[in-house]
Design a protein around this ligand. Structure first.
Ligand code: PMT
Length: 402
């Protein structure tokens, strides 16, 4: 399957900031994703990183001036501006932001912005006093009025030694912003509540009952929903994965905590997707001290956890909202079990995955799922990365949500 950025023509403007070196990684990642990247550098940017670095990474000529000798008859600024699908400016300095806000056209980068009519993403990076200064803020406001998207920089330690807002966002955040330009915004206005990962049910201070869920499937669903314009609330059991940019995270440990978190947010959601592997049972007693080895067998009483999805299905009864999506982790009788759970939990859709294969289900980077909708229509999806799988699941949900 082609990546979302394959063949996209991206004009990448780089300004004179120490963060210019980070743009090298962004260009490399974009090229890896099969985007066609043309780099434009301001004169100041070339003092921080050489044009040769970007020419090598992009595999294309790097543009630095309006009057370059080999430009020939071609009107570089018009051609570059006309041909691109997206203009990314990163890092965007206070100087360039000010120029763009006031319509200056005294270098190639600012000329290209004025001459083009594509989407512009501006990623500011600078000292926090410069960023917070009323002049910069007023200029950024203007850029947004012109229809450019400004991505707020991060808080943290800055190159100048100060702590504050002004750090260029990381690649993961940038990637989501770039990819969302090319993504249908068909979840705009929807609040989606997603659960992911396992639960940990403690037995004593050292031991617990859990399962092999990594959170990959649920996090991919959250990332894709955010990209498609939703407000995303992600309730996650313990997972080693970084939270997807822009989602509201609620971290929980046990099935009871997950139950409480989901029920607290349920009423604000238009769509609920339960991808978490909630432990069906928990130890009846939690020991305060570590249980000592005695050499003889011991008994462990397990009591049932609440079935969160079943509770939601019951609460919903015949109402239309929220749309309820469950997952089924099965090792045999997949379709029959899926159908049974769909009915029993009053769902709109169930996503069935096989947990026996090595490239599906728990922990895998890929998944191969079947969908059964509320009309008992069965659809088998191909083996894909969990992110692509999430895309296809959201396609189905969007259809059911119409
Ligand atoms: O996290 P990964 O490593 O990427 O793996 C993904 C996954 C295999 C965990 C995921 O794709 C998946 O199948 N999740 C559901 C696992 C599961 O608990 O299946 P189940 O058949 O036991 O439960 C059916 C549904 O009821 C699920 O939506 C589950 O979230 C929900 N449930 C289950 C038990 C419970 N006490 N409360 C619930 O709400």
């Amino acid at each position: 399957m082609k990546t979302l950025l394959a063949g996209k023509k991206i004009l990448f403007g780089i300004c004179g900031s120490i963060a210019a070196y980070k743009a090298a990684e962004w260009v490399r990642e974009l090229v890896k994703a099969e985007a066609e990247v043309s780099v434009v550098m301001t004169e100041a940017a070339t003092h921080f990183v050489s044009g040769l670095t970007f020419a090598s990474l992009s595999g294309r000529r790097v543009y630095t001036g309006m009057f370059e000798k080999d430009a020939g008859e071609e009107m570089t600024h018009i051609t570059l501006a006309r041909e691109c699908d997206l203009f990314v400016i990163a890092p965007a300095t206070a100087q360039t932001i000010a120029k763009l806000a006031h319509g200056f056209a005294d270098d190639l980068l600012s000329v290209l912005v004025l001459a083009g009519n594509t989407k512009v993403l501006v990623f500011p990076a600078m000292n926090s006093n410069m960023y917070c200064h009323k002049a910069t803020q007023a200029n950024l406001f203007k850029l947004q009025e012109y229809g450019y998207t400004v991505i707020e920089p991060e808080q943290g330690k800055l190159a100048c030694g100060d702590d504050g807002v002004g750090r260029l966002v990381d690649w993961k955040t940038a990637r989501e912003k770039i990819v969302s330009v090319f993504t249908r915004q068909d979840l705009q206005g929807q609040t989606v509540l997603i659960s992911a990962g396992p639960t940990w049910e403690s037995y004593d201070p050292a031991r617990l009952l859990s399962n092999r869920s990594s959170g990959k499937m649920g996090y991919a669903l959250a990332r894709v929903a955010k990209r498609r314009g939703a407000r995303v609330i992600l309730v996650s059991g313990p997972s080693a994965i970084d939270p997807p940019p822009g989602v509201e995270m609620i971290n929980v440990m046990t099935g009871i905590e997950m139950h409480d978190a989901i029920l607290a947010k349920y009423e604000s959601a238009d769509i609920v997707v339960m991808a978490a592997a909630v432990s069906d049972y928990r130890p009846g007693k939690k020991m305060k001290q570590k249980v000592k080895k005695s050499g003889t067998s011991i008994e462990l009483e397990l009591i049932p956890n609440p079935d969160i999805l079943k509770i939601l299905g019951y609460k919903k009864k015949k109402a239309i909202r929220p749309l309820l999506v469950g997952f089924a982790a099965e090792s045999k009788g997949h379709v029959e079990e899926g159908r049974r759970k769909l009915k029993e939990k009053n769902l709109d859709l169930i996503v069935i995955n096989d947990i026996i294969g090595t490239d599906t289900g728990f922990g895998a980077d890929t998944n191969e799922v079947s969908l059964i909708d509320r009309n008992y229509q069965l659809e088998k999806l191909p083996l894909r990365s969990k992110e692509e799988c999430a895309e296809m699941i959201w396609d189905k949900i969007v259809n059911l949500n119409r």
